[in-house]
Design a protein around this ligand. Structure first.
Ligand SMILES: [Zn+2]
Length: 175
């Protein structure tokens, strides 16, 4: 019999069913074991590992032990809307600003529109972003996690989706 907090320390079939019913075809691959971690620690771990769900946590008031960075998705499915963007197909693009020699790596379902707006608004104080390269991917979040890991090797810390700035001299600058 399922009792309150049954999922402490483990991933459960119920969590898997819940997330699959919300469009995450392989939810475990997006989850990390956060047993014993504080809120601050599991949020940092999610970001670092490029994961969406922390499991094994102390239960919420309704006995759920799974959380996104925002909160308990089983109590409030709004917390899944950000997470869902990660499993959405779209483009990873590389843009470069000639005036500053900065390179921006972004993820978008419509990158040409995104860059058009970035140039109108002067994203990062820059008005001359130009697309240099792009690729279509099935899951934008997984691509982002790979990019973050690659960039970490160059000492680039890129905390948020769609806004990674590379200093000049980074790999894309050699072309
Ligand atoms: Zn809950």
């Amino acid at each position: 019999m399922q009792s309150l907090g049954d999922g402490i320390g483990r991933w459960t079939a119920e969590q898997s069913r819940f997330l699959k019913s919300h469009g995450f075809s392989d939810p475990k691959s997006w989850a990390l074991n956060a047993t014993g971690l504080t809120t601050r620690e599991y949020r940092a771990a999610l970001s670092l590992e490029g994961k969406l769900f922390a499991y094994g946590l102390a239960p919420c008031k309704n006995g759920h032990t799974l959380k996104t960075a925002g909160g308990c998705p089983q109590c409030n499915t709004q917390y899944l809307s950000y997470a869902r963007k990660n499993v959405t197909p779209g483009y990873v693009y590389v843009a470069r600003s000639a005036s500053t020699r900065l390179v921006k790596v972004g993820l978008s379902e419509n990158f040409r529109n995104r860059l058009y707006i970035a140039n109108l608004e002067g994203y990062a104080g820059i008005w001359d972003w130009e697309v240099r390269d792009y690729i279509y991917v099935q899951e934008m979040g997984r691509a982002e996690a790979r990019i973050k890991r690659s960039l970490a090797a160059y000492g680039v810390d890129a905390p948020c989706m769609g806004a990674l700035e590379l200093p000049s001299g980074s790999p894309r600058e050699s072309d």
